[in-house]
Design a protein around this ligand. Structure first.
Ligand code: ARG
Length: 231
């Protein structure tokens, strides 16, 4: 045994926030799938463990509540490493670089956040997209918080909001639907990390980083990457 304390015997229990395609979503077979889920499953296997996934609100994840409540060992949720979050969480090495973006209906004339003046944009509660939109949208833009990416997308479809501000890969996925298009990308220099409890997770984080490094050198990372990011 590794001597790493885990909440459920025989499993690496991971908390996530679903759906956030292509990082985490429930596939047609009813299983958790996506880039983060495959990466986590591979890490679990490398530790001789099964992967168990728990869905939680993104706010509960980024604040560290789910870890404090021993609901899971690790957060795998396309979560950006930020100094604020590092106060409550221990992050792994970065595993994916991302940007922010604005998604609008295909018939919208909007070409950027500036064009959202007097309009409503939706964001997912507690995300870096929320922070960016609140800091950078015109002062007369109404920024409306939704709990999940699914809620956001539904609101856009229903015309309750005029745009969605969210991580680029996720908005790109929605833009596959010809009724929506990207109206701008924003280089925020974000990198995702897996996260564990701030205290007492040194061994777990060391193990996760070793597994990530191994996956980079044996081609497994690339294989999973290509599965979700190469058309
Ligand atoms: N990368 C953004 C952040 O960390 C959004 C992550 C949302 N993830 C999710 N699984 N819903 O704030």
């Amino acid at each position: 045994e590794s001597g790493i304390p885990i909440v459920n015997d025989g499993a690496l229990t991971v908390c996530s926030n679903v759906p956030f395609e292509p990082f985490e979503y429930v596939g047609e077979d009813g299983e958790y799938t996506g880039f983060d889920m495959d990466l986590s499953r591979e890490i679990a296997a490398g530790m001789g463990l099964e992967l168990e996934v728990q869905n939680a609100s993104f706010d509960g994840l980024q604040s560290g509540t789910v870890l404090a409540a021993n609901q899971c060992d690790l957060i795998a949720a396309a979560m950006t490493i930020t100094p604020e979050r590092e106060a409550n969480l221990a992050f792994s090495d970065p595993y994916y670089d991302s940007l922010q973006s604005l998604l609008v209906p295909a018939d919208s004339p909007a070409k950027s956040l500036e064009d959202m003046s007097g309009k409503r944009i939706g964001i997912q509660q507690g995300t870096t997209g929320e922070t960016y939109a609140r800091d950078n949208a015109p002062s007369d833009t109404e920024v409306i918080a939704y709990q999940t990416d699914a809620d956001l997308f539904q609101a856009l479809q229903a015309g309750n909001i005029d745009g969605v501000f969210q991580d680029l890969p996720v908005n790109l996925k929605h833009a596959d639907d010809k009724n929506f298009s990207l109206a701008g990308t924003y280089s925020t220099g974000e990198s995702y990390g897996l996260a564990a409890k701030k205290d007492g997770s040194e061994k777990l984080i060391t193990e996760i980083n070793a597994q990530l490094a191994e996956m980079h050198s044996n081609g497994k990372y690339q294989e999973i990457y290509d599965k979700y990011f190469t058309e």
